[in-house]
Design a protein around this ligand. Structure first.
Ligand code: NAG
Ligand code: NAG
Ligand code: NAG
Ligand code: NAG
Ligand code: NAG
Ligand code: NAG
Length: 262
């Protein structure tokens, strides 16, 4: 064999060998790709889902972007499914609506809205918290708060029941209501007035409520500024900064290898 040929073969082996592939960190490459989901715009950490692996995000922020099955993007928070209406990546505000209540005040299963406060913070306070009361034994004609009749609604198969369902805002609720109703659920909304009608209620439930997400915003900013991509150690919530050379703990300039899964 001619020495030049041998040289070429050696060079090819070097180029194609796994060692040279590792010169660029695979997780860095993968997480570098922006991520889109329906019409939500270009998304990054902490969101993931579809083709974007969990290690490019945080486990609590999986988006369901399956356009073949649903008409809108969805997210689950503590086992409740929400429609995602908007993600503002600048102000870190997520606007979501309960899927089971989006066009229906009588869901099959009555569930309180519970938010994982380790990951999210409500934008508005109790002022816009709604109470939906079910199975209330009260006579709408005799009750002094006539206004309640404007906010009552009938659930399917209940037409002849001797009870009623209605909603109030937190401020408009009173102890009496809790004693005459079989059950109630709470739902935050962004926009409702104190004496709203059932039409307003449906509109408010569909328009949802806003949360800020607190997923290591400051740490992620430092990682991005150092040229890295934010993510997490696979199968954990531990932050990782994916850099061209390898995963780091916080920024591409630190000497720390990425932390251990917790
Ligand atoms: C809401 O429900 C009503 C009847 O149940 C239906 O006619 C309407 O199309 C639904 N609207 C949306 C936005 O899903
Ligand atoms: C009930 O709703 C009707 C129609 O929206 C309104 O005209 C009326 O003032 C409301 N009644 C009360 C007590 O709020
Ligand atoms: C409805 O409830 C009232 C008061 O609780 C009771 O007096 C009345 O008999 C009930 N009517 C029916 C049809 O169950
Ligand atoms: C919702 O939470 C309240 C307490 O905040 C509780 O009293 C109520 O029973 C809950 N409703 C349901 C349907 O679990
Ligand atoms: C708030 O709700 C009212 C009545 O339902 C509606 O007219 C108004 O446009 C809503 N505002 C926003 C900012 O969505
Ligand atoms: C933020 O990162 C730390 C370090 O990796 C991790 O332990 C923590 O769970 C993260 N924050 C949240 C809210 O998950």
């Amino acid at each position: 064999m001619h020495p030049d040929q041998l040289f070429l073969i050696l060079v090819s082996i070097l180029i194609l060998s796994p060692a040279s592939v590792n010169a660029y960190d695979e997780q860095f490459e993968t997480c570098y790709q922006p991520f889109s989901c329906f019409n939500l715009g270009s998304l990054g950490y902490p969101f993931w889902g579809g083709n974007r692996p969990q290690y490019c995000g945080h486990p609590g922020f999986e988006l369901d972007c399956n356009q073949y099955v649903y008409d809108f993007p969805r997210i689950q928070i503590l086992s409740i499914t929400y429609k995602i209406l908007k993600i503002d990546t600048t102000s870190h505000i997520l606007t979501i609506a309960r899927e089971d209540l989006a066009n229906n005040t009588c869901p099959e299963k009555l569930l309180n809205t519970t938010i994982d406060l380790n990951l999210f913070n409500p934008v508005s306070t109790d002022g816009s918290l709604l109470y939906l009361f079910y199975g209330c034994a009260l006579n709408l004609n005799s009750i002094s708060t006539q206004r309640i009749s404007n906010s009552s609604f009938v659930c399917r198969g209940e037409k002849r029941a001797n009870t009623t369902n209605f909603f109030t805002t937190k401020q408009a609720s009173n102890d009496y209501l809790f004693t005459v109703c079989k059950t109630f659920i709470t739902v935050p909304v962004d926009n409702i007035t104190t004496w709203a009608s059932v039409v307003d209620l449906r509109r408010a439930l569909a328009a949802g409520f806003s949360l800020t997400w607190m997923e290591n915003n400051t740490i992620c900013d430092l990682c991005s500024k150092s040229g890295g991509r934010c993510g997490s150690i696979p199968d954990s919530t531990t932050f990782a900064c994916y850099c061209p050379d390898r995963p780091h703990q916080l920024t591409c300039n630190d000497d720390q290898p990425a932390g251990r899964a917790n």
